[in-house]
Structure formats: C-alpha cells, structure tokens
Write a protein that binds this ligand. Structure first.
Ligand SMILES: Cc1ncc(C[n+]2csc(CCOP(=O)(O)OP(=O)(O)O)c2C)c(N)n1
Ligand SMILES: [Mg+2]
Length: 324
C-alpha cells in the first residue's frame, strides 16, 4: 500500500466505500420510488456528494459526537449508521420510519446514532448545532458536533451569528459547507462575495480549511484535523467543494445548467475514483467490488420491501409527538 492509503487498514477503506455506495444505491432507489409515487412531498437527493458525508462522519466518535444537517439528509443519516429500512420507511410515510412516518425525507432523525436531523428551513440547523455543541461543552462529554450546510445557506444571517457565538464560547463544533455549487437554481458564484467560504472563518477568529469534496480521503483527513481541534475548544469552518448530480429536489427541471456540466463532474465521480484507487493498489479486486454492489443493492431492496409492507400511522396518532 502506498500513498495516503497506507494510513488505513483495509477494513476501514472498505467501510468508507460501503458507506458511499450504500448512500448512492439508497438515493437511486429513492428517486425511482418517488417516480412511482411511493414517496410524497419534498425529496432532495444527495447523489454525487457521498464522499462528503462518508469522509466527514467517518472521522467522528459517534459514542459522543453528533451530526446536524439540512433537508438533503439521507446520506448523513446513513453515514451515521441509520438503518436504511428506517430511512426508506420514513420516506414512504410509514409508522416504522425513523420519525414514525411524520417527518418525511427532510426530517430524518436518529437519536441512537447521534443524528440530530434533518431541517427544512435553510440555515435553521446551524444555531441548533451550536446548541448541541454547547450542551456537550457544558456537560463535559468530550464530544464534538459536525454541522453541515450548503453554499446557499452560507448567506443566511444565522450562519454568521453562530460563527461568532462558536468562537466566543469556544464551542466544540466544526462547520462544514458542502459547496455543491447550486442553491436551487442559483450558481454560488453569482451570490457569493468570496470565492472561498473557508476564508471567512478568519473574520471570526477561527481556522478555515478547504478540501476536495470528491476525494473521500481528503475530506476525511481535513475533518479529522478540524475535529481534533474542536475537541480542544477550537471551532473551525471547512469548505468541501462537491457537486450534486440530480435536480435540487424531485420537481426540478434543471433549466439552469447544462448536461455537459453534469457529465464533466460525473467523470470525476467520487465513488468511481475511490474504487480505481483501491483496485490500483490491489486493496480491492473487481470481484469484491461487484459483490459489494450486489450486497448493498439487496439491502436496499429489503429496505423498500420493509417500507412497502409497513403500515401508515393511525389517524389517532395525528397529534402524538407534535409540539403544541
Ligand atoms: C429560510 C428558507 N428560505 C428559502 C427556502 C427555500 N430553499 C430551499 S433549499 C434552498 C437552497 C439552498 O441551497 P444550499 O444551501 O446550497 O443547499 P443544497 O440544496 O445545495 O443542498 C432554498 C432557497 C427555505 N427552505 N428556507
Ligand atoms: Mg448548494
């Protein structure tokens, strides 16, 4: 084993690949199920961005660390260890879903795996994440919070208020901007005064890091560093440059970008590049990769069957778990 791969055990590398491929397979199936009208409401797919959630969350110790994200949340939930059955059932609006079928795609939640959601309001999860980090600090758990948000969300006031609080309170938090280059149909360059989000960290006395969000090991190394700093009470900001392959949500005709642009990014596909690296270094054989794809695809089929067979929530449950 050469290069950066040498720092990892084979099982770790295969685990990272498994997480990415599980997210990809889950999203592709979710897209199909949406087309068949098995899934209603909003549904934002994470296809193309898998390396960010997989690389970043792999750096955590989920016995004490927490993850908070926005509505494009299936990948983060799976990377935290949510059972795809519970995620798929939630998309189907079934009672066996992680939020008992009442949250849907944008509101996945899994306390057991320290995944604190899924939030449909752009930028709203960011102060929530600071609250989680504040609790970790107050209770002395030694844990860190990883807060994900997009290039569009970056321009919300809540981001900048939270950056300030994180620094003055020395919160154990890492802000990770998933710059997938589009906020719905708006290109990030059109609405951003800076061409590097991580540079803004300095304005709040924090460290900023950037990484290639299509390179899972680069994401992992960057977040690992940022997380170890956060454990010492030094919050930071990371920009991961990535790309989403599908429309903003399932109802997006994508008139704002070209097929060529998407194809260019598909040529640098994060999963394929990682597989090429692993096979090139003889860590993974073609046979093992095929087996992994098949195993994961069977697991996702099982998740769909589970969601199909599960009942809808009873009408009598309409007000249960509803904050009033
Ligand atoms: C406060 C608020 N304003 C507007 C919207 C509508 N909206 C939903 S997603 C989105 C774009 C966000 O883009 P980005 O943060 O880059 O995330 P991405 O969809 O790329 O993951 C907007 C404007 C919303 N949900 N909440
Ligand atoms: Mg975006």
């Amino acid at each position: 084993m050469k290069t950066e791969l040498a720092q990892y055990r084979k099982e770790e590398l295969l685990r990272i690949l498994t997480i990415m491929q599980t997210i990809r397979a889950f999203e592709e199936k979710a897209g199909m199920m949406y087309g068949l009208r098995k899934i209603g409401g909003f549904c934002h797919l994470y296809t193309g961005q898998e390396a960010v959630a997989a690389g970043a969350i792999f750096s955590l110790d989920l016995s004490k660390d927490y993850v908070v994200t926005a509505y494009r949340d299936h990948g983060h939930a799976i990377a935290c260890g949510m059972d795809p059955k519970k995620a798929m059932a939630e998309l189907f609006g079934k009672v066996t879903g992680c939020s008992h079928g009442k949250g849907g795609s944008m509101h996945l939640f899994d306390l057991e795996h320290h995944f604190m959601g899924g939030n449909g309001i752009v930028g709203a999860q960011i102060p929530v994440a600071a609250g989680v980090a504040f609790a970790q600090q107050y209770q002395g758990t030694g844990g860190v919070t990883l807060c994900f948000f997009g290039d569009g969300a970056f321009h919300q006031g809540s981001v900048h208020e939270t950056f300030n609080l994180a620094k003055i309170w020395n919160l154990p938090i890492v802000f990770i901007i998933e710059n997938n280059q589009w906020g719905m149909g708006t290109n990030w360059k059109k609405v951003s005064a800076v061409d590097d989000f991580s540079a803004t960290a300095g304005a709040y006395g924090m460290k900023g890091y950037s990484c290639d969000g299509l390179d899972v090991l680069e994401v992992r190394a960057t977040i690992e560093k940022a997380v170890s700093e956060a454990r010492l009470g030094r919050p930071s900001v990371v920009e991961a440059r990535t790309y989403r392959y599908k429309g903003h949500s399932m109802s997006d005709p994508q008139k704002y970008r070209t097929r060529e642009e998407i194809d260019e990014y598909r040529k640098r596909d994060a999963i394929q590049s990682f597989v090429t690296k692993l096979t090139g270094e003889k860590i993974l054989s073609e046979e093992e990769w095929k087996d992994m794809i098949q195993r994961i695809s069977a697991q996702i089929e099982e998740a769909v069957a589970f969601a199909e067979e599960s009942p809808e929530p009873a009408l009598s449950e309409l007000y249960t778990d509803i904050y009033a």
